[in-house]
Every structure is written in structure tokens, then in C-alpha cells.
Design a protein around this ligand. Sequence first.
Ligand code: PEP
Ligand code: MN
Length: 250
Amino acid sequence: MTKLKKLLEKEIFIAGPCSIEDRDQVFRIGKKLKDLGVEIFRAGAFKPRTSPHTFQGIGKEGLDYLRELKKEMGFYIVSEIVDPRHLDYFEDIDILQVGTRNMQNFELLKELGKTDKYILLKRGMAATVEEFIQASEYIRSMGNEKIILCERGIRTFENSTRYTLDISSIPILKERTPYKVIVDSSHATGIARYVSPVALGGIAAGADGFLIEVHDRPDQALTDKDQAILPEELEPIINKSRQIRKIIER
Ligand code: PEP
Ligand code: MN
């Protein structure tokens, strides 16, 4: 069993900024998360944005910074892939994220199914649980079973949060798939002060961990600034998540 597999079996706490902005930002935030004991760092180099006129990520260069960070601090790295033609750029990136907008990009999923990377598949914002499971089948049927599912909220009529975290999807996915399931309460709520309670709710529903966006200067973040929590705010979420997991495993 690889070290990463062993870690994922135990708990999956993924944190980092939404976007890689520059080398200094990655190392500043990386250092703070390392000090908290975070082992899986996530940041986006390719950002699939709603508008083509907004910041699209710094691209390939960002992945070089992540590789450097991995070497220096020993993190496992997660980053989003949006195009199978970019696969070569992702050498040494441990977990490839497929974002909500690409959950049904079947050609991308099939190519990822031919790799031996872990794939973090996010639920489409308008996808049913069944469609989510079938999307994971596109990866598995090509031979890759290293899949982590992420409930990141769906579109509903509710507009006091960015999306609505579908808590019931968690026990359903756990029942119907062999995969680890995590919650992303950052994108689900879009509001920093709700990130902790909603993440903990997901953990209580049986999630194996979370994905949370963290920034040391949220007001300056180039993407998703309203939902970014400070590194020090992550520590109690990790501690409480561990306690909740202990209770529900009993
Ligand atoms: C992200 O993880 O920064 C992101 C864009 O997520 P999602 O695909 O869930 O919107
Ligand atoms: Mn984001």
C-alpha cells in the first residue's frame, strides 16, 4: 500500500487557496498549512471560470510551483485538470481534480481513466447522484479505480448560499460506491463563516474528509475570496472533524 493510499484510508483533509497566484503566495500558505499538520495541499493552476473575461489561472507555471512546494514541504498535491491535452503538465501531481463544470466531460474522464493518478471528481452542480455515479464509471471503466468523490453543492432555489450542500448524497454515495467521499463546504456555501459548520455537518453525515479553501489574505485573493478562511481557522475544523469521525465510527 502506498503512503498516499494509507493516508486517504485514514482521513482526507485537503486545503489550499482556490488559485495559485504567484510563487510567494503558494509558499506562504503552504508553510502555514504545513505547520498545522495538513498533508494534502490543493491549488488551481487552470481555473474554469464562468466568464472568459475573469482570471483564468496562471496555467502550467503554477504547477511548477506546486511541484517545488511538494519537494520542499512534502505535501501531496491536488490540482484541477480541464483538458486531457494538459496531462503531461501534471507529472508529480498526486491527485487530479475534475471540477463541477467538467463532471460530464466524458472524453476527459476517459483519458483520466487510463492514468494511474487519483482522481478527485466533483459533483456537477446540476447532476443527480445517479449521474454523478455514472460519471465516476467513465473513469473506472477505463481501468482507474483510484477515485475520490466530492459533494460540492448543487443548484437549488435557495440563494442565501452559493449552492446547496446535498448532505444526503453522502450516505447514498457511501452505500452505492466503494469510493471515499468528501465534502467541499467552501464552494457549497460561498461564505467563509459557514464553511466550518457545513463541513462538520458533512463529516457527521459520514464524509471521509473535506476540501476547504484557505488564504492568508482573503481580501486579496484573485478568485473565491468570500469563501476563503484563514489558515488558523482550519485547525479547529480539523480537530472537530476528527472527534466527529470517532463518534460516528463507534
Ligand atoms: C475549485 O475547486 O476551485 C472549483 C472551481 O470548484 P468547483 O468545480 O466545485 O466549482
Ligand atoms: Mn474555488
